[in-house]
Design a protein around this ligand. Structure first.
Ligand code: ATP
Ligand code: MG
Length: 565
């Protein structure tokens, strides 16, 4: 493609809301333009990259036996009512005004409807069905460019199996395909265990790219490869001690000591001799959760035990239920309406300090075995930077991550509610066992740029580069330069190399070099007057910044070697 003829609207200025590098560069380099909040037009340069990503995905999905579908985005609302997901998605789902229709945010329902009509027997499975298609989600806060859009492209696939072992196999095939896809797309990524959220189901993992632009917090361990969403991450931290002698409980006056730090400082004790009490309401039921010292309670872990509706008690409820304000509450002598649970680190500990349920008073010598009836111990902690990873092989780092893909074992959630049944070998009827698997196509592009750029622009890795090389004719007034550049523009495609050719007149050399760095093709071929006089052409590796000159007669060979390597 000749730059003089193509549509390459590069710009210097970016909108104020473009704060992360990938968003800025996708605008500056002319990959896309925003139409409305969270809605983007992909321009030829950007769509070129998108097609490469989709091709890689197709190849890897086909390689695991996937069959490509193309499903409608416009869905009858009754279909979504069958699985009760009109309610589950709530305002995230776009509703059509003049028909009882919705714009699909995902496709489990449509797939299950097809499977229900056509898969009747165990011998028709396994099946892996996929599509690459537009999804619509009314995200409340679209941001970071295409990372969180209201319309985006997803590769979604669905597996159908007649056994749980079959599901494991389909799931593992996807995990392997996903690793290949992200690796081929030039991303370094982590695979993290995840809680399955609104999708339901038994097992799920997310593919995460480390980036400051990410919305997820991850605990990762370089040494062992452990990675988990902080929502579920665990670490090896020692439990609180149990002393051989358990002293009797003793009430002490702790004026104005509200936080654990204040109580510990006042009593001249380390914070990890304090048991912090947090009160939640689970419907009408008050729940007291004991945590050690300043350990942060992890809300997701709490919700996993008590359900998503558990909420912190209001200040008035605290006084009414315990007789004290937050900061002086403890597990001893509460009315028997309370459920009392504790973090694992407190198991069997004694010699602890806790609130006395009387403002400005605490109890010394709390013994978890003697003084309180703990219903159960759970891991309620949020892990922290520097703790030992659960496999004991290294230290945890807490990093930000962008989710580029998600794989779920759905089980029979959708086949149950939509009655998608098959007959087994014995002629008995069972719900189809399903999995669902998603990749955000635009997110791959944005993550690629997050991981491969510098202050001057994008550094495409070969697999996603919109063109293999960027050919620059430095001086359009020189007939020799133009002739040589034109010749390369003709010869290179014959070797299977795609060329972006900056043949613009009336543009300075400096301007062309800046654009070449911004657009970011892996190799720049610079045909200039001075070098050409010495029978040389300059090659610049955009990723390393290395430059070299090669004799004109070797140029094609050198370029082919670079591109095909
Ligand atoms: P998130 O937690 O980021 O909202 P999700 O869990 O809702 O993602 P899934 O429903 O699992 O995402 O969708 C599969 C993939 O689609 C995600 O891994 C992500 O790459 C992509 N994706 C999801 N929502 C968006 C969005 N609003 N804009 C762009 N890509 C998205
Ligand atoms: Mg979402």
């Amino acid at each position: 493609m000749r730059l003089s003829q193509g549509f390459f609207p590069t710009v210097k200025e970016v909108p104020a809301d473009a704060v992360i590098p990938s968003h800025q560069l996708m605008i500056r380099a002319g990959l896309m333009r925003q139409l409305a909040a969270g809605i983007f037009s992909f321009l030829p340069f950007g769509y070129n990259v998108m097609k490469k990503v989709m091709q890689i995905i197709r190849e890897e999905m086909d390689a695991i036996g996937g069959q490509e579908f193309h499903l409608p985005a416009l869905n009858p609302i009754e279909l979504w009512e069958e699985t009760d997901r009109v309610k589950a998605f709530g305002d995230i789902m776009f509703h059509v005004k003049n028909r009882p229709m919705v714009l699909a945010p995902t496709h489990e329902e449509v797939i299950t409807a097809i499977a229900k009509n056509h898969i009747k027997s165990y011998n028709q499975m396994p099946q892996i069905w996929y599509q690459i298609q537009t999804k619509f989600r009314n995200e409340p806060r679209p941001k970071s460019g295409v990372l969180r859009g209201r319309q985006f492209t997803m590769k979604d696939s669905y597996s159908m199996d007649s056994s749980w072992e079959g599901l494991d196999k389909s799931y593992d095939l996807h995990a392997e395909a996903y690793k290949k896809i992200y690796t081929r797309c030039g991303l370094s990524f982590y695979i993290v265990g995840a809680s399955s959220g609104a999708m339901g189901g038994s097992g799920s993992q997310e593919f995460m790219v480390e980036s400051n632009a990410g919305e997820d917090n991850l605990a990762v361990c370089e040494e062992s490869g452990y990675a988990a969403n902080v929502e579920i991450a665990t670490s090896l931290v020692p439990s609180a001690e149990r002393y051989s002698l358990s002293e009797p409980l003793k009430e002490v006056h702790t004026p104005n000591c509200k936080s654990i730090d204040e109580v510990a400082a006042f009593l001249k004790l380390p914070t990890n001799r304090c048991a912090k009490s947090l009160i939640f309401m689970n419907g009408e039921q008050p729940v007291l959760v004991l945590m050690l010292g300043n350990n942060q309670l992890n809300e997701s872990k709490l919700q996993k035990v008590f359900g998503a509706d558990i909420r912190p008690a209001h200040p008035e409820e605290l006084i009414e239920l315990t007789g004290a304000d937050a900061g002086s509450i403890g597990p001893v002598g509460l009315n028997n309406k309370f459920h009392i649970v504790a973090d694992n680190r407190l198991k069997d500990a004694n010699g602890l300090v806790c609130g006395a349920n009387k403002n400005d008073f605490h109890l010394l010598n709390l013994d978890m075995q003697r003084d309180v009836k703990i219903e159960a111990f759970y891991d309620f902690r949020t892990v922290e930077e520097g703790e030992t990873s659960p496999d004991g092989k290294g230290k945890l780092r807490i990093v930000k991550g962008i989710e580029v893909g998600h794989i779920f074992k759905l089980g029979t959630k959708y086949s149950d509610s939509m009655k998608a049944m098959f007959l087994d070998e014995k002629g008995e009827e069972h719900p189809i066992i399903m999995g669902s698997y998603g990749i955000g196509v635009e997110r791959i592009i944005a993550c690629h740029i997050e991981q491969h750029h510098d202050e001057n622009g994008i550094k495409w890795q070969k697999a996603l580069a919109p063109y293999d090389v960027h050919l620059i004719s430095v001086n359009m007034n020189s007939p020799e330069v133009v002739a040589k550049a034109d010749e390369l523009y003709k010869l290179l495609p014959q070797q299977g190399i795609s060329v972006l050719y900056d043949d613009r007149s009336g543009v300075t050399a400096g301007f062309k070099f800046k654009d070449a760095d911004l657009l970011g093709m892996p190799l720049q071929i610079i045909v200039g007057e001075k070098n050409l006089k010495n029978n040389l052409i300059e090659l610049k590796d955009r990723n390393s910044g290395d430059r070299k000159t090669v004799p004109v007669e070797n140029a094609v060979e050198e370029i082919v070697a670079f591109v095909k390597n």
